[in-house]
Design a protein around this ligand. Structure first.
Ligand SMILES: Cc1cc2nc3c(=O)[nH]c(=O)nc-3n(C[C@H](O)[C@H](O)[C@H](O)COP(=O)(O)OP(=O)(O)OC[C@H]3O[C@@H](n4cnc5c(N)ncnc54)[C@H](O)[C@@H]3O)c2cc1C
Length: 380
């Protein structure tokens, strides 16, 4: 029997995140889009109201959310503002390697610190010459006594300047290349870390990114996550858990753009009637509504498959990110079109939703890389 109804707990999660988005995210999204600054006031409130770190264990300050619970929550954040939503979800991205690979003592220490300080973490995988090609990473962490010495360069690191610690991926043996990729927890105030000025970008402006330069940064051995050489697997398993979150943010963003344009179109009179009497407009709205429903179902199915240990979960999470972020790009663009000149102004923010949508096709693996993951799965 297939059921498409959220259970009571999930409906409560949906209501809680929707209420948070309505009260704190939507009234502030224009401000942060213009300021392009990390929304500390909202993140602190998110800690106070149990919105942060949902998929993390409750004994470490999370809500024990399944991946499906997390997708329900992320859709509401995305409907509020993807930029602010990703400040919250990128923290989950940074904590997931700890969830997957940290020992009890490390979890206690680092989850403890992040909750106590109501802080955020960052996830540092990408380098100037290693984006899609993660195996091309050149940063090194070479063992010296009971420490590792980290040198290298990371780019586009979300939350970096705001972070308390950074989950960094580096090679412990450059001769072995990616087979020696290893994950470490590195406190952001460690001597030798240079944080470059935040990058200027098109959308999701409340979310900040920086380049990081590591010069002889000492990492205590006890900050290594798992064994040497397990970093590649940790990074990929992290994405299996988080890509449905990007899909859900995209569904929320598209939903917000659709609802805004629908409401507006019903009241816009041209040629003596609401513009919705024209099939050129009403069919566009029909397609938008249909595509949002389809992407949500794909996202929930992928999340359910992960939660239920299905072998296809890796393929489905890539499919959900691909389908939902491409859908959101199209739906937000159509929302601007439905609203004509008004859509292009900042008054209704659909132009922002369109700018925000683009990035979901790029980060956590571009949609070409999602197709690579899917094609590898179906061809093997
Ligand atoms: C705002 C923002 C936030 C980010 N946050 C983080 C973060 O927190 N942590 C982190 O580690 N990284 C982060 N990233 C990095 C992001 O994951 C990468 O930008 C992304 O993986 C693509 O890498 P790249 O930019 O180097 O593009 P490239 O890898 O250079 O790709 C350029 C183009 O070539 C295509 N391409 C490359 N290889 C193939 C192939 N084999 N087949 C088909 N097409 C291919 C790509 O799809 C893309 O269209 C962020 C990026 C941005 C822009």
């Amino acid at each position: 029997m297939i059921g498409f109804q959220l259970d009571e707990r999930q409906m409560a999660i949906q209501a809680k995140y929707r209420d948070f988005a309505n009260r704190l995210i939507i009234p502030n999204r224009l401000k942060y889009d213009e300021l392009a600054e990390f929304p500390w006031e909202i993140v602190k409130a998110a800690y106070d109201e149990g919105i942060m770190n949902g998929p993390m264990p409750s004994k470490f300050g999370g809500n024990d959310y399944s991946i499906l619970d997390g997708a329900v929550a992320s859709e509401e954040l995305g409907a509020g503002c993807v930029g602010i939503g990703i400040c919250i979800d990128a923290n989950t991205l940074a904590l997931t390697p700890l969830y997957l690979a940290a020992n009890e003592a490390q979890q206690k220490k680092f989850f403890g610190r992040i909750n106590e300080e109501k802080a955020v973490a960052a996830y540092a995988l990408t380098e100037p010459n290693a984006g899609s090609d993660v195996a091309g990473i050149k940063s090194t962490a070479i063992k010296k006594g009971d420490k590792y010495i980290l040198n290298g360069h990371k780019r586009y690191i979300t939350n970096a300047e705001a972070s308390t610690f950074i989950t960094v991926f580096a090679l412990t043996n450059p001769e072995k290349g990616a087979r020696s990729l290893t994950a470490f927890v590195v406190p952001t105030d460690s001597p030798g870390i240079e944080i470059k000025p935040r990058l200027r970008k098109m959308g999701q402006k409340a979310s900040v990114q920086n380049e990081l330069i590591f010069t002889d940064v000492e990492i205590p051995e006890e900050n290594r996550l798992g064994d040497e050489g397990t970093g590649f697997l940790i990074a990929m398993k992290t994405f299996d858990r988080t890509r449905t979150g990007v899909a859900a943010l995209s569904v929320g963003n598209a939903r917000a753009a659709f609802e805004t344009s629908l409401k507006w179109a019903k009241n816009r009179i041209q040629f003596g009637a609401p513009i919705t009497v024209n099939q050129g407009v009403s069919f566009m709205l029909a397609d938008m509504a249909t595509e949002i429903e389809a992407a949500r179902l794909m996202t929930w199915y992928a999340a359910w498959a992960y939660d239920n240990g299905q072998k296809v979960a890796n393929k489905l999470s890539a499919m959900s990110k691909l389908l939902a972020s491409d859908m959101a790009m199209k739906v937000t663009t159509d929302a601007v079109q439905v609203m004509g000149g008004e859509g292009y102004t900042t008054d209704f923010m659909v132009e922002k939703m369109m700018r925000d949508a683009k990035l979901c096709q790029i980060y956590e693996g571009t949609n070409q890389i999602q197709r690579l993951v899917i094609s590898k799965n179906i061809l093997k």
